[in-house]
Design a protein around this ligand. Structure first.
Ligand SMILES: [Zn+2]
Ligand SMILES: [Zn+2]
Length: 157
């Protein structure tokens, strides 16, 4: 039996293409069917899409038009762009971040050197750079203060 034939033995497939064809084997905690093919784990609806409609484009995810997680009817499955899914965007962003190990000035993003504003948890800031900027600001303020102090002193008769 091919993996595909085996797949269909676990589907409650009806002759009606508008009905949901539900996965009858294992499910994950979100209700999606799960299976294993050649030691690779699959979500049943993603596998169904792959064998019926073709490979899923990289980074795309499969949504149910029927909102029924165990359903594997390819007529109820569509590939959606990552843009439409905020959680997916966050994952992609995190993934992107993993490839960037240093701030633009070359300081490493270690746990201690990484700062995230609570209001912008997706934005990573470099502690060293923040400290340097604060120091520069303090220096500038100090220079300003001295400058005005000098001018005041000169103006005095
Ligand atoms: Zn369905
Ligand atoms: Zn830095």
């Amino acid at each position: 039996m091919t993996p595909q034939q085996k797949f269909w033995t676990k589907v409650n497939k009806t002759n009606n293409h508008n009905q949901c064809w539900e996965w009858t084997a294992a499910h994950n905690n979100k209700g999606y069917g799960t299976l294993q093919i050649n030691k690779q784990k699959w979500l049943a609806h993603r596998y169904s899409y792959t064998i019926n409609k073709g490979p899923i484009p990289n980074g795309y995810y499969i949504t149910h038009t029927c909102d029924n997680p165990p359903c594997v009817n390819p007529n109820h499955l569509t590939a959606a762009t990552p843009k439409t899914n905020a959680r997916d965007m966050t994952n992609k962003h995190r993934h992107h971040e993993q490839n960037i190990t240093h701030c633009p000035k070359g300081h490493e993003y270690t746990d201690e050197n990484t700062y995230r504003k609570p209001s912008k948890p997706n934005q990573r800031l470099c502690h060293t750079c923040i400290n340097n900027r604060n120091k520069q600001r303090t220096n500038r303020q100090e220079q300003n203060r001295r400058y005005w102090q000098n001018r005041k002193n000169k103006q005095q008769p």
